[in-house]
Design a protein around this ligand. Sequence first.
Ligand SMILES: Cc1cc2nc3c(=O)[nH]c(=O)nc-3n(C[C@H](O)[C@H](O)[C@H](O)COP(=O)(O)OP(=O)(O)OC[C@H]3O[C@@H](n4cnc5c(N)ncnc54)[C@H](O)[C@@H]3O)c2cc1C
Length: 485
Amino acid sequence: MSRPSVVVVGGGISALAAAWELTGGVDGPNDTTPRVEVIEASGRWGGSLATTTFAGRTIDLGADGFLARRPEAVTLVDELGLHEELEAVNASGASIYLHGALYELPTGLVLGVPTDLAATLHFAGLTWRARLAARRDAYLPRRLEVGEDATIGDIVRRKLGRELSYQLIEPMIGGIQAGRIDELSAKSVFPALLDAAKKGGSLMRALRHSGPVNPGPAGEVVPSAPAFYSLRHGVGSLPVELVARLSARGVVLRTDVSVTALRRTPAGDYPWEVDTVHTTTPANAIVLATPAPVAGALLASFDAALDELRRIPSASTAIVTFALAREEITLLETGTGVLVPLGTTWSGDGSMMVTAITLLDRKWPRHVRDEDVILRAHVGRSDDTRASEMDDDELVTRVRAELAVLLPRFGSPSATLVQRWPHGLPQYLLGHEERVARARAASARLSVALAGNAYDGVGVPASIGSGRRAAREVLASLAISPRVT
Ligand SMILES: Cc1cc2nc3c(=O)[nH]c(=O)nc-3n(C[C@H](O)[C@H](O)[C@H](O)COP(=O)(O)OP(=O)(O)OC[C@H]3O[C@@H](n4cnc5c(N)ncnc54)[C@H](O)[C@@H]3O)c2cc1C
C-alpha cells in the first residue's frame, strides 16, 4: 500500500496538536509517518487561540493563559523549544461584587467551593444565613443521594445552601465554562465534587483532602508549577508556531475551506474521501477536531451515537478589552480581576451582563506599562444571549456603564476592542461522559478519532491532550506504533 493518508478536520489547537503527534511529535517524522492534511474552515489557524496588537502590546483575544499544573500544554511548549516563552501568572486572588460592593475572595476556594470554614466565616461578603449554611455542611445532610451523576448545583445547593452556590461557586465555575451550575455535570466538569458528595459528611473537608481538581488524563500534576502560564508572545502564538513546524514537516495545511462531507469508499486503498467544495482527499483515517455539532453533522448518517454529538450545546461569549490612561481608572489594590454573580442588579436595564473582569496587566508582567492599564470584561453565558443581540457599539456602551459601577473608577478608554466567540464553549451537561463514550466507540469502528474541547475538558491543556490522544488512536488503527513518551 502507498503511504497512509490522514486528514485532520479543524485548525484549532486540538487539530494542530493531533497533526504534531501524527508526524512524530518531538521526534519528528520517520518512514512510517502518514501523509497528513489539515483543513480549517476559517481564514486563520488557532480557533479559540488568537492574538492581536492592542495598545502597543500583543494581547490574546481568546484564552489568555493555561493551567500550569496539567502537563499537556507545558509539554507541547517544551517540545517546540519554547520553554523560555513561558510566562508565569504574576498575581493571585480576585474580588467579587456582592450587594453593591467589592470583596476579596476568601482563601481555600476549590473551583469556587469553599474548603476553609474559618476563611468562609470571616468573608464579609456573605449574609449570616450563608455562614450558617457553611457551618451546617459538616452535619447536614450527612449523606447525599447523588447516583452516578448530578449537576454541580444540585450538590452544592443541598450541602452549602443557595447563597454560597449562586454568589460564590457559580461565578467561578460557571465563569470558566460560561454555563450554569444547575446544568453542568459534576462527573464531567468537577469529578472531585461528585466523589466528595458520594463520600458523605463535610463537602468542604472532603474537597480539602481531595487531589488536584484538574490533573492530566492519568492523574498527573506538575507539583511545583505556578497556577497559570501564558506565553510572552501570547497563547495565540502557540498555534502559529505549530503551523510553521508542521509546514516544515511537509504537512498539507489548508485554510479558508470547510470540510463538507466525509464519504466511505466501497473499495481501494483508502476507505474515506474527505470533501471540501473544491477538492476530495482520500484518507485511511480521520481526526475530527471541529466543534461537536459539526462532527455530529458530518458523521450523523453512520451511527445514531454520532448523530447525538449535534446535541452538545455551547455558549456564546464576547470579550471587550479596554486600555485606559492611569489617571482615568482606579482599581482594587490587589488581585487579577473581579467576578460578578449572574442576576446582579444595578441601576441599568435588567441584570448586569458582565460576568468577570480580567486585569490583564496584573496577570501578565509583559503587559505592564507606566502610562496605561489594560483589562477585559467577559459577557455571555449559556442562558444569557443578550450580547449576541447587540452590535459592537451597543455592547461597548453597556459594558462601560457596568464597569463604571463595578470598579472604584472607570473613565474614558483610549482603546477598545470587541471579540466575539460564538458557540466557543461547549457545555458538559448531565450524561455528557456517556454520550461521548458512545460516540467514541462508534467513531473508532470507522477509523475516525474525535478531538477537541467538547470531549475531554474545555481548557487548552485538555484540548491539546485530546488532539494527541486522537492521533495515537489513529496511528494505532493504521498499525503504526505511536512514540513511547
Ligand atoms: C473566550 C474564550 C476564553 C477562553 N479562555 C481560556 C483560558 O484562559 N484558558 C484555557 O485553558 N482555555 C480557555 N478557553 C478554552 C480553550 O481556548 C478552547 O477550549 C480550546 O482552544 C479549543 O480548541 P479546539 O481545537 O478544541 O477547538 P476550536 O479552537 O474551537 O477549533 C475548532 C476549529 O474547527 C474549525 N471548523 C469548524 N467546522 C469546520 C469544518 N467543517 N471544516 C474545517 N474546519 C472546521 C473551526 O473554524 C475552528 O478553528 C477559552 C475559550 C474561549 C472561547
